[in-house]
Design a protein around this ligand. Sequence first.
Ligand code: SAM
Length: 206
Amino acid sequence: MTDPAARADFIRAHLPVTPVPGIPSLRLHKAGPASGVGRLGDAAPYWAYWWAGGLVLARYLLAHPEQVAGRRVFDLGAGSGLVGIAAARAGATRVVASEIDPHAQVAIALNAALNDVHVAAIEGDCTGGDVPPVDLVLVGDVFYAPDVAARVTAFLDRCVAAGVTVLVGDPGRAPLPVARLTLLAQDAVAETGTARPAAVYAYHAP
Ligand SMILES: C[S@@+](CC[C@H](N)C(=O)[O-])C[C@H]1O[C@@H](n2cnc3c(N)ncnc32)[C@H](O)[C@@H]1O
């Protein structure tokens, strides 16, 4: 499936609108047992599921709107768009999402509309490009594989060197660059049934 309109139709028809665990004021299209997301192609549809790092970061932003209000935000590895949507709800002036998965890009637009927020642009892989013109980069559960983590870490190092604030939400996955992180908050979030610990970190230079 390559047509964006067909992708949107599939998401609307097969991924039910679901309250975000622990954030009932937000709702997203998410996969259920009968969604059949395997029909969308070979890439793992990360955007169709909950991720502890995104959940903890979204909750943190809504509880601490001073971290994001009035700021220009870049949601790196946005998935379903949860973190950027929470940032917009918390008062960000402009939200740009970045996702390599074209189905996720469609889902982000649908989910933003569903929650009455505006995502100004939905971009692809920006990690090899210039530091985006933003105040804050948000990273929800993107350190899930060593190759992805290496690419993202190099990009975030350039962001902080340019003066951009970076916040990371993560449940402590193995490739997390812990030497660059300072703990800001801990929480327990439920990706599926049982809640697991996850944390929000400020990212700094090595
Ligand atoms: C585990 S998911 C987390 C999604 C979302 N942040 C959340 O917490 O719900 C990680 C996402 O990062 C995306 N991703 C990986 N490398 C990326 C890159 N270089 N640029 C943009 N997105 C990327 C993947 O496609 C995937 O959807």
